[in-house]
Design a protein around this ligand. Sequence first.
Ligand SMILES: C[S@@+](CC[C@H](N)C(=O)[O-])C[C@H]1O[C@@H](n2cnc3c(N)ncnc32)[C@H](O)[C@@H]1O
Length: 176
Amino acid sequence: MAYTNAATEKHIVEVADLDAGHTVLVLGPGPGVGLRAAAERAAVAIGVDPSEDMLRLSEQRCADLVRSGSVRLQAGTAERTGLDDDSADVAVTVNNVQLWADRRAGFAEIARVLRPGGRLVLSVHEAHLSVTRHQLAAEAEAAGFVDVQSWTWDPPGMFAGRAVQLRGVNKKDGAS
Ligand SMILES: C[S@@+](CC[C@H](N)C(=O)[O-])C[C@H]1O[C@@H](n2cnc3c(N)ncnc32)[C@H](O)[C@@H]1O
């Protein structure tokens, strides 16, 4: 994963347009390539993953950033991150949504932890998605995201499959 998905992880961090003041939730960081890229651009990146093995791999890849406090790691899922309300500016999730037990609960949880006006950026292998990108966008809108856009992106490399990507803004508390 660290190699096959690296281009997508880095690309989606670029799409997220992070700045040095941001707190970023990275859902399902796996081996931590995108987590590291996010932490290098933001104030803090919080990796939430249910797998102890994946949390350990992320910790190894980001050891220096864990020590400096710009990477935090905790066990959790998309449906139950363990983060406080309104505590993140941006949520990034790559090749993860296909594993959520309940997408409606996952989008609602992300909306809860994002501050008003906070942003969600998502990427997933198109082949792993059981709904169309338009249906996925509608699910995000149902959870309270606005200005939702979805598109496809072809990662570099002969064997890298097409990705569906999506971004939206958390409308909570009247943000537009
Ligand atoms: C296919 S890996 C992708 C890792 C990395 N984002 C990448 O693209 O290389 C999926 C990750 O999501 C985690 N995961 C599984 N179920 C999850 C859930 N319900 N919520 C959040 N993460 C989950 C897995 O443990 C794993 O680290």
